[in-house]
Design a protein around this ligand. Structure first.
Ligand SMILES: Nc1ncnc2c1ncn2[C@@H]1O[C@H](COP(=O)(O)OP(=O)(O)O)[C@@H](O)[C@H]1O
Ligand SMILES: C=C(OP(=O)(O)O)C(=O)O
Ligand SMILES: [Mn+2]
Length: 532
């Protein structure tokens, strides 16, 4: 049975409440108040009553996440124990954490919860029933529980009684670590214990930590089942009467969510997928789109998904109204919206499909020297995948305020517990086996770098992707030229795109300056390759 109102702990147990299982699982003492599996409407009501947010004029719940409006990679840890010590790729990304300190923090968090209101939810990650993780999530805010309802796969009510969680999440923004005692760097933390199958989040209210924490766990667990986990969006269309699956890899802000929302193709998912021997599947049940400068004209599907049930994070209203001012960045540039995937009208549910025919590597090149589209050989594909070159855009990580060149292996190193080579090898094998085409797309700057040129217009990027997917850029359809510095094959023409845009050198006012910058970037690539 699903409890819609607060009941005492003892009452819940006597009702054979499916959450007694959850409470055991969470090893909770008696919380002040516990709400299990509330509906979106109840969560929204509670969030409003508790002052967690406000309704916007389209019915979405608008919340602020507090001091943290992006992830904090330096405060993200993995417990180092006998089972992870030789498997995890330790370093600046995967920072080791001591098991006894984890237990201590876990204990302290549980006692902190004794005096609080908690919201518990069962959910799933992994749309393929053969590769699924059952989650038991505890949040201390109603809105974060709604976030989990939106972002993970929803468990049908009739399955709740027999649901066996295999992973726990505690998200408690008000709980602050004591660094000297707890072994953390700061008061905020996200710590993954892969043996105890528990994710602890404290000191931060940025909801992205929850979804990316579970993503990290899957990125560790799925290769053991021969599934390649990927930081990519996916959609499916039709070509020559056959279904045609496309993946969009890219670090945050490169366009996965934006470009995968396409009225002509069914959305599989916007951020996290697995590639098994039968095809691809989404890990999530919802999308988490950037909301900065969002307009209905440029991104109609996302714009229209922001309605009752959706959440908008860290946005503001136009003064005196309940209309969201999407260009207001006074809280952060990393404003976000989360909604269940079925809020996109042409979503594929369940979110599974066959093997990918086409892969796009999205890079947001802040130097403005990479071509807007290039066709990669399988060797180039492996190189670019391991390099993971892009610019970090402002906001997604705390402290980043303007685009910064970065190399993030697998286009998502921040979430990959294993060595990048493991994922790259699996990808290489799959691309060869399924004869998948790989394209590099620059969604970043043209006509000069950041500060001089401008971001490539979204309508041109969409046209390039449309043409590639329609086979209009096949070598028998269009001539190619080879980039003198990068050795990349660039089409010289593309429907609905000016020819001059396709050759980045032609877009710069000063070609010599272009050559210097391109050579500089190629040198960065070479240096980086030496280290791989
Ligand atoms: N040419 C372009 N291609 C893709 N996105 C673009 C482009 N120009 C501007 N943008 C903006 O960049 C952002 C891409 O963010 P998003 O799709 O959420 O990235 P991701 O899902 O990879 O984190 C959006 O705010 C989008 O409007
Ligand atoms: C939510 C995030 O990812 P993305 O921007 O890739 O959606 C994030 O990095 O916090
Ligand atoms: Mn995204």
């Amino acid at each position: 049975m699903v409890i819609e109102q607060s009941q005492s702990f003892a009452q819940l147990i006597s009702l054979n409440f499916p959450a007694d299982n959850a409470i055991d699982f969470l090893q909770l003492a008696e919380p002040a108040e516990l709400f299990f599996q509330l509906s979106p409407a109840s969560l929204i009501e509670q969030a409003l009553r508790r002052g967690e947010g406000q309704l916007t004029d389209t019915g979405a719940l608008m919340c602020t996440t507090g001091r943290f409006t992006g992830r904090s990679p330096k405060d993200r840890y993995i417990v180092r124990d006998a089972s992870t010590t030789d498997t995890v790729d330790w370093g600046n990304v995967n920072i080791p954490f001591a098991p006894d300190k984890f237990d201590q923090l876990h204990r302290r968090m549980r006692s902190f919860l004794e005096y609080r209101t908690v919201y518990v939810r069962y959910a799933r990650a992994g749309a393929d029933p053969d590769h699924q993780l059952n989650l038991c999530i505890l949040t201390t805010s109603a809105w974060q529980n709604l976030f989990c309802h939106n972002m993970f796969l929803r468990v049908p009510d009739e399955e709740l009684n027999n649901f066996k969680p295999d992973f726990t999440v505690l998200a408690v923004p008000d709980f602050k670590a004591i660094p000297a005692e707890d072994g953390t760097r700061s008061e905020n933390f996200a710590i993954l214990d892969l043996s105890k199958r528990t994710l602890l989040i404290g000191g931060t209210g940025y909801a992205g930590e929850i979804k990316k924490g579970i993503f990290s766990a899957l990125n560790y667990l799925l290769p053991q089942q021969d599934v390649l986990p990927m930081h990519c969006a996916a959609n499916v269309g039709e070509r020559d009467g056959k279904s045609d699956v496309a993946l969009f890899f890219g670090l945050s802000g490169t366009g996965k969510t934006t470009l995968s929302a396409d009225p002509d193709r069914a959305l599989i998912g916007d951020d996290e997928h697995g590639w098994s021997e039968t095809g691809v599947f989404n890990f999530e049940g919802g999308c988490y789109a950037k909301a900065i400068d969002l307009t209905r004209e440029r991104e109609p599907q996302i714009f229209d998904a922001i309605r009752y049930g959706a959440i908008v994070e860290n946005t503001r209203f136009f003064p005196g109204t309940s209309t969201v001012h999407y260009s207001d960045t006074s809280l952060t540039e990393n404003t976000r919206t989360s909604y269940p995937i079925d809020f996109i009208n042409n979503a594929r549910i369940p979110s599974v499909a066959g093997h990918p025919d086409t892969i796009f590597f999205l890079t947001c090149d802040a130097f403005g020297v990479l071509p807007p589209i290039a066709r990669l050989t399988p060797e180039q594909a492996m190189h670019y995948f391991l390099l993971g070159y892009t610019a970090k855009v402002a906001g997604t990580e705390m402290g980043v305020t303007e685009p910064q060149a970065t190399f993030s292996a697998c286009f998502g190193a921040a979430f990959m517990p294993l060595a990048p080579g493991r994922y790259a090898q699996m990808l290489g094998e799959k691309i060869r086996e399924h004869d998948t085409d790989v394209w590099l797309i620059n969604t970043g700057w043209t006509g000069g770098g950041y500060g001089v040129g401008q971001r490539i217009s979204l309508s041109y990027t969409r046209a390039l992707i449309r043409a590639a997917l329609a086979g209009r850029l096949e070598p028998d359809q269009v001539r190619y030229q080879v980039h003198p510095v990068f050795g990349l094959a660039m089409p010289i023409a593309c429907p609905d795109v000016p020819d001059a845009l396709l050759d980045p050198r032609q877009t710069w006012a000063d070609p010599t300056a272009y050559d210097e910058k391109a050579t500089y970037l190629q040198r960065l690539f070479d240096d980086k390759r030496q280290l791989l």
